[in-house]
Write a protein that binds this ligand. Structure first.
Ligand SMILES: Cc1cc2nc3c(=O)[nH]c(=O)nc-3n(C[C@H](O)[C@H](O)[C@H](O)COP(=O)(O)OP(=O)(O)OC[C@H]3O[C@@H](n4cnc5c(N)ncnc54)[C@H](O)[C@@H]3O)c2cc1C
Length: 224
């Protein structure tokens, strides 16, 4: 059992792709940063989603393509070697070990606390560690103001939320949950990566009753 208190400029809960990026950037900006992770550094993408799914799909798609190519069909006419495909998947996900990611985190001077983190008041995070202990983390900074909106169309049960960089007046991140959200991902990606100013976004969102109305609700909510 241990019970320690530490103070950082920034505490990031979750070491998925997003958390790792945030931590690397805040550290690069000179802010002391700690990541809290309850499972594996790298998150869903590295171990359960993007990477293993591509490792499993590639041989299936490659074989299907080859079967359609004249002259190749007989070469790939036998069933896939399932054991080899699964072994390749296991290699790709590094056998569900995150040693490389830990090494990377150290190389960018971001601290790591393993365990389940929860907010415990303004700028306070409490982490329950695997050994049954508790680590209390305090932060010195809020990164940005947050605006949120829910229930944007009749009968729709999805949720959306934006993270706005109030200094720059741009959207730093967006979360969409619910049916049909794939339609929103492209515009969200462009908005975030191109750092589109909020004021310009107002004019870019079509005002008709489609799923894209969620953007209007978010902007209205942000403006208050
Ligand atoms: C089958 C599949 C295939 C995909 N393929 C692709 C692809 O090819 N390309 C692509 O761009 N995207 C793909 N995605 C989507 C991609 O996996 C996600 O967009 C991405 O992982 C989201 O990153 P994240 O950091 O937001 O969350 P996550 O990757 O989910 O990471 C969140 C992390 O936070 C930790 N955590 C959560 N709560 C706490 C807490 N309270 N305390 C401590 N730790 C906590 C979790 O353990 C986890 O490690 C795929 C998804 C799936 C399901």
């Amino acid at each position: 059992m241990n019970d320690t208190d530490r103070t950082y400029d920034v505490v990031v809960i979750g070491a998925g792709p997003v958390g790792e990026n945030v931590a690397e950037r805040t550290r690069a900006a000179g802010l002391s940063t700690v990541i809290v992770e309850r499972e594996l550094l790298g998150g869903e993408c590295s171990y359960w989603a993007c990477e293993p799914s591509k490792a499993l799909l590639r041989p299936v798609l490659g074989r299907a393509d080859a079967l359609r190519v004249p002259g190749l069909r007989r070469a790939v006419d036998r069933p896939l070697d399932v054991a080899a495909v699964l072994a390749h998947r296991d290699d790709i996900v590094q056998h569900w070990r995150d040693d490389d990611q830990v090494e990377w985190l150290e190389s960018v001077s971001v601290d790591l606390v393993r365990g389940h983190g929860r907010l415990d008041g303004p700028r306070q995070v409490v982490v329950s560690t695997p050994d049954g202990g508790t680590v209390r983390l305090s932060t010195r900074h809020d990164i940005a103001g947050v605006a949120g909106a829910f229930q944007y169309a009749k009968g729709y049960r999805g949720k959306a939320r934006t993270l706005v960089d109030t200094d720059c007046g741009t959207v730093a991140g967006v979360t969409f949950v619910g049916p049909g959200v794939a339609e929103l991902l492209h515009s969200a990606t462009i908005t975030v990566t191109s750092e589109v100013p909020i004021e310009r976004l107002w004019h870019a969102v079509p005002a008709f009753p489609t799923i894209s109305e969620v953007w209007l609700r978010l902007l209205e909510s942000y403006r208050g």
